[in-house]
Design a protein around this ligand. Structure first.
Ligand code: ZN
Ligand code: ZN
Ligand code: FE
Length: 740
């Protein structure tokens, strides 16, 4: 007989690890103990050596599906304790909090079955959950993760729930949010007149009737409140847009099941797996046919499946799909409290389906494309946050503050980097407030005291101001990181790359090292530094930021520079001549904007990147043609003037011209990367920056680069847009910080 200690690090608490081990240890004929530790769980086992080895070997495969195992440390030997059976010991007193918090889990199949089973005591109970599903991150006030420190603390368990909670054979063993109709939270409904209806069934009935009658209902979910309405009638969605002051941005849709999603979108195997995964993100699916423009004006629709029992009951078996959009007013943070919902959404929602389980932390729905069978994140939030990303070589704790329009921060501790959930546009005062609160919450929850800060180079970003202020107040170092360098390193970290790479970084805007705006960049380097190998010929932005809205300003400049005939505009001429409020930008996003305007696709943008999104949607499939361009100079410059001239003179239709425009950029990207590879001897290429949310580019560029002998990496864990930038900032800061 031998003694074996196994230290398991990672997310192994609150995911049913101990009960599973209980069963498996007995199946292997072993005895011993298990207890939660500060970094995971510790197993102490005794038995014959072959049985112990078999148990150890199979451990990673047999872990619960929600567990994330980072490291298994076995230690053989140790004095024999002669255990009888298998015991679960109380947690160690934790000197240092290192326990990881789980994200919120979508409803599991077992709970779904019980929810719809008339014989179950939780039949049609909208808050059914178990060890394998339910709220986590959004209801945690503090660690350790125990019921009193969650918003379920105000619902003492009834004897039946208590029994399940204590029974190691039960699926609800130690499920902190577990509850039932007797002891748990309940729904209530409030109509526009403020009249309140109590009771789950009565509240649901009112909400469903309203939705079917074409009304707008605020529905409190897991990480915030949605505004829901019927998809069928464009007049209803138009009313929602008017009330929400959201003119044209696409809405997400919640479909009852895969079959309903397939009615409107193409759902491949990979997409189906993502949709049905416990993370239940919104997946951007290609429309089956053009149309549904009242929901999404581009070629994709964001679809999610019901992820809480409440959603299942709300859709029932007769509502196929609903528009489900975050309840907020033009870019403020998502509403998540009952009072706040009733006050701020009055005049927007016709009714409110709310409940008394408090949401403690906002968490928006996650949003991704499906690329190469994996998530290609646009917004990393519910179901992902606050899962950390593991990076090798622990460093002292740091905070990277991110950028501005798509804000997000990263905190690090040892080998872990914790990216925040979706934060939004910091220009908004309330978003800034939320940003500061979430940083404070993460620091407390994970017991992180940053010893250094990183932020963007841009002096006017509010995240920069925040970082500066804190660094100054706390007397700690601050590193300002160039925007596109951070994008590149973010994609490196996303893929676990350390050695130098070539970074194709395309986005709308970011302050360059030379004081101009960059955004069509080819860099080479690593976290220690970079070289700007190539960029696109700068575009003077007439009126600065205004040019990103009034796209015909860019179109006018492109035509003028390309030597094409242009309508007279003495104001613009004067601005250009005197360099008055026309900063130079090599942003790829602006070139897309200009092209969208030139092609008559869009001249006025109501949200950032709209020109590019609509140009992509307009492009013809199967068009192989390109336009001429020039690539020369040191650093290399992509001269788009021949392309613009050819495009404007091309008699082809808009769809073909849009495709040829992007094909030209693809060819330019491939040639640029090849040039950079010859120059540096590096063959790994990373793709980052918001312009790579363009799936026309992403479905073609990797193949083109591989054909030239290059290895291609893209994001799969954080977003390619500015939300993912904090990860890169942090890794660059880590280069300057001493190892922990
Ligand atoms: Zn469950
Ligand atoms: Zn109960
Ligand atoms: Fe960017």
């Amino acid at each position: 007989m031998e003694h074996l200690s196994i230290n398991i690090h990672g997310i192994v608490q609150g995911v049913g690890f101990r009960p599973l081990m209980h069963r498996q240890v007995r199946e292997h004929g072993l005895c011993g103990t298990i207890r939660n530790s500060s970094s995971g769980v510790v197993l102490e086992l005794e038995g014959e050596r072959p049985a112990l080895e078999r148990f150890l070997d199979g451990l990673p495969q047999r872990a619960p599906k929600l567990a994330v195992i980072d490291r298994i440390e076995p230690r053989w030997g140790g004095a024999l304790e002669h255990y009888k059976g298998f015991t679960i010991l109380p947690s160690l007193v934790e000197s240092e909090r290192n326990t990881l918090v789980s994200p919120d889990f979508g409803l599991c199949d077992d709970c779904r079955r019980e929810l719809l089973d008339p014989k179950d005591r939780r039949y049609r109970y909208p808050f059914i959950n178990c060890t394998n599903c339910g709220p986590r991150f959004t209801i945690v006030r503090d660690l350790p993760y125990d019921r009193p420190l969650t918003s379920m603390g105000s619902f003492p368990m009834c004897p039946d729930c208590e029994r399940e909670y204590r029974d190691i054979e039960n699926r609800r063993y130690h499920a902190q949010p577990d509850c039932c109709p007797v002891c748990g939270p309940h729904l209530f409904f409030v109509n526009a007149a403020g009249e309140r209806t109590e009771g789950d069934e009565a509240a649901l009935k009112q909400a469903r009737e309203m939705l079917k009658a074409g009304k707008i209902v605020a529905v409190k979910g897991l990480g915030g409140v949605h505004l829901a309405c019927s998809c069928a009638d464009p007049r209803v969605t138009r009313r929602l847009r008017q009330r929400k002051q959201r003119d044209e941005k696409p809405f997400a849709v919640m479909c009852r099941d895969l079959a309903c999603a397939e009615k409107i979108c193409e759902v491949g195997e990979d997409e189906a797996r993502l949709l049905e995964s416990w993370r239940r993100p919104i997946v951007l699916l290609k429309k089956k046919a053009p149309g549904l423009t009242h929901i999404s004006e581009n070629g994709y629709v964001g679809v999610m499946l019901p992820y809480t029992p409440l959603h299942v009951l709300l859709l029932g078996d007769d509502i196929d799909m609903l528009v489900m959009t975050s309840a907020n007013l033009s870019d403020t943070p998502i509403v998540y409290k009952n009072d706040e919902a009733l006050e701020r959404l009055s005049g927007i929602a016709d009714g409110f389906l709310l409940h008394d389980r408090e949401i403690l932390k906002r968490c928006d729905d996650s949003l991704c494309f499906c690329l190469d069978g994996k998530e290609y994140p646009v917004r990393r939030s519910r179901g992902y946050a606050p899962y950390p990303i593991r990076v090798e070589g622990g460093r002292s704790s740091m905070l990277a503050c991110g950028a501005e329009q798509k804000a997000g921060f990263c905190l690090s501790k040892g080998d872990y980097v914790f990216p925040s959930q979706h934060i939004g546009d910091l220009k908004n005062f309330e978003t800034l407030e939320n940003y500061e609160q979430q940083i404070a919450h993460f620091e407390r929850l994970f017991d992180i005291r940053p010893a250094a800060f990183a932020c963007d180079l841009h002096p006017d970003y509010l995240s920069t101001a925040y970082a500066r202020e804190r660094a100054e107040r706390e007397g700690l170092p601050l590193l300002q990181v160039q925007h596109h360098h951070a994008h590149m390193v973010s994609c490196m970290a996303d893929n676990g790359l350390k050695d130098p790479v070539i970074g194709l970084v395309w986005d709308g805007t970011g302050l360059g090292a030379d004081g101009t705006i960059w955004g069509g960049e080819c860099l080479a380097g690593d976290a220690k530094g970079y070289e700007r190998i190539a960029s696109i010929r700068p575009i003077p932005l007439l009126g600065g930021d205004l040019a990103a809205k009034e796209l015909d300003r860019i179109a006018w400049v492109l035509r003028r520079e390309a030597g094409l005939e242009n309508p007279d505009n003495p104001v613009f001429e004067t601005m250009l001549a005197q360099g008055l409020n026309c900063p130079l930008s090599s942003g790829m996003g602006r070139l897309f904007d200009g092209a969208a305007a030139l092609l008559g696709i869009r001249t006025l943008a109501s949200y950032e990147g709209q020109g590019a999104v609509l140009l992509e949607a307009a492009a013809a499939e199967g068009e192989e043609g390109t336009y001429p361009f020039e690539l020369d100079g040191e650093p290399l410059r992509f001269d788009w003037r021949p392309m613009i001239r050819a495009m404007c003179e091309d008699p082809a239709d808009t769809a073909r011209k849009a495709a040829k425009f992007m094909n030209t950029l693809l060819r330019m990207a491939a040639e640029t990367a090849q040039f950079a590879s010859r120059k540096t001897g590096v063959t790994d290429v990373v793709l980052s920056g918001g312009s790579f949310q363009n799936m026309y580019l992403m479905r073609r560029l990797p193949g083109l680069l591989r054909a030239r002998g290059l290895n291609v990496y893209h994001h799969s864990r954080v977003s390619c847009n500015d939300e993912g930038i904090a990860l890169g900032q942090l890794m660059i800061l880590a280069q300057t910080a001493p190892p922990a």
